[in-house]
Design a protein around this ligand. Structure first.
Ligand SMILES: O=P(O)(O)OP(=O)(O)OP(=O)(O)OC[C@H]1O[C@@H](n2cnc3c(O)ncnc32)[C@H](O)[C@@H]1O
Length: 171
């Protein structure tokens, strides 16, 4: 089975490959820098979900794959707090799109304020941690959970939900 990955992000790629390899012995991968066609910093569940769908669909169109994955990170205001939210999608050749959401975790107010000013979480996290490319490594989730859950593990849960839905649909 050929699986297309709609990102070059290391943390997302590892999540897809780890989980796909667990459930499909014959998987081979193609990778594309797919467009999400939403804001650089999605600001709601709806926009984040749409970004994941667009990435999956755009990736399938660029590839010769049987199915493709799109994963997207965003933020959502709930009450007086901002949460990082995460969505994923699988696109299939027959036009079917499956979606799933994953972890949501609280962003500290000083981070939330910067996002409300229009900044993107990626560079804000690099400033905060004084590190480079947080989004491809532990991610905001790794930083704000004291390393208990990193971005790969967080996306693995979404990929597992998506593959589970795919197996249910095709059984
Ligand atoms: O290469 P792609 O697949 O685009 O991966 P990305 O991390 O840049 O892009 P996302 O669309 O998933 O995330 C949207 C924005 O939020 C940032 N972001 C999301 N989750 C993050 C996290 O856990 N840690 C750091 N930045 C994050 C990310 O860097 C972007 O600026």
């Amino acid at each position: 089975m050929i699986v297309a990955i709609g990102t070059k992000n290391k943390a997302k790629t590892a999540a897809i490959q780890n989980v796909v390899n667990r459930y499909f012995e014959d998987a081979s991968f193609e990778q594309f820098d797919a467009r999400s066609n939403v804001s650089e910093q999605p600001f709601s569940h709806e926009e984040t979900r749409q970004g994941a769908i667009n990435r999956a669909v755009n990736t399938l169109q660029m590839s010769g794959a049987d199915l493709s994955f799109g994963l997207e990170g965003g933020v959502q205001e709930v009450g007086d707090s901002m949460y990082c939210c995460n969505w994923g999608a699988i696109a299939l050749k027959d036009g079917t799109v499956l979606t799933a959401a994953g972890a949501q975790f609280l962003l500290p107010e000083e981070i939330a304020e910067k996002l409300r000013e229009g900044k993107e979480l990626g560079p804000v996290m690099d400033d905060y941690t004084k590190q480079h490319d947080t989004r491809s490594n532990a991610g905001a989730v790794g930083v704000f959970t004291a390393g208990l859950i990193d971005r790969t593990e967080m996306f693995e849960h979404i990929v597992k939900l998506l593959i589970g839905q795919y197996l249910f649909l095709t059984k």
